[in-house]
Write a protein that binds this ligand. Structure first.
Ligand code: SIN
Ligand code: FE2
Length: 204
């Protein structure tokens, strides 16, 4: 379903069985790459979400800024590999000929949210951002290339996929709230969002 130019919504893309298998893979990945606490650049205010990453590069945020790096900020180890189902997801929906390099995994407890922002720390904006929701429902909002432009709200559910690229690649977006306790997928409750991105220009 086309939400607005460049924004495609695939409700229920991943089956319950597929979601459970992915959560099991995530649990293994978390043993190598545990949740870390991102903080805002400069002030060091903690985000309300916790994060980890999969793939060759991971997105991190701390006092010195936002960036991609190959190593976990706390353990110093490389990020775990991208699960096959995640690479399949990219191949099926990204409409982009090169593999993703980063899968940011955000964990939202019941009170977590994410303010409106653009994903713009990548070199290659030809690739879309592909996002998969797991666990509790979330109220997602996406707008235009301007922070105060009009926005559309979607309630993202477990297994839903959202792709934003092309004219919407730099659209402002965020999570207004979580609806805690709706899903039985995650043992600890809450919501996980996995965001796939191409970071670098592919070699010519
Ligand atoms: C993000 O924009 O990084 C997260 C979006 C989401 O949680 O659905
Ligand atoms: Fe984002």
């Amino acid at each position: 379903m086309l939400v607005q130019p460049g924004v495609h919504y695939y409700p229920g893309w991943l089956s319950r069985e597929g979601q459970e298998a992915l959560v099991t893979e995530l649990e293994t990945a978390l043993e190598i790459a545990p949740w870390f606490q991102p903080t805002m650049p400069r002030w060091g205010t903690p985000f309300s979400v916790r994060m980890t990453n999969l793939g060759p590069l991971g997105w991190v945020s701390d006092k010195s800024g936002y960036r991609y790096q190959a190593l976990h900020p706390d353990t110093g180890n490389p990020w775990p590999q991208l699960p096959e189902s995640i690479r399949d997801l990219w191949r099926d929906v990204a409409d982009y000929p090169h593999p993703p390099e980063a899968c940011l995994v955000n964990y939202y407890g019941g009170k977590a949210k994410m303010g409106l922002h653009q994903d713009r720390d990548e070199a290659d904006f030809d690739a879309p951002v592909v996002s998969l929701s797991l666990g509790d429902d979330a109220l997602f909002r996406i707008g235009t290339l301007e922070r105060d432009g009009p926005t559309t709200s979607l309630k993202l559910k477990s297994g839903d996929v959202l792709v934003f690229g092309g004219p919407a690649r730099l659209a402002f977006h965020g999570i207004d709230r979580i609806y805690p306790g709706y899903s039985t997928l995650l043992r600890e409750g809450g919501r996980i969002n996995m965001t796939l991105r191409r970071v670098t220009y592919p070699a010519a």
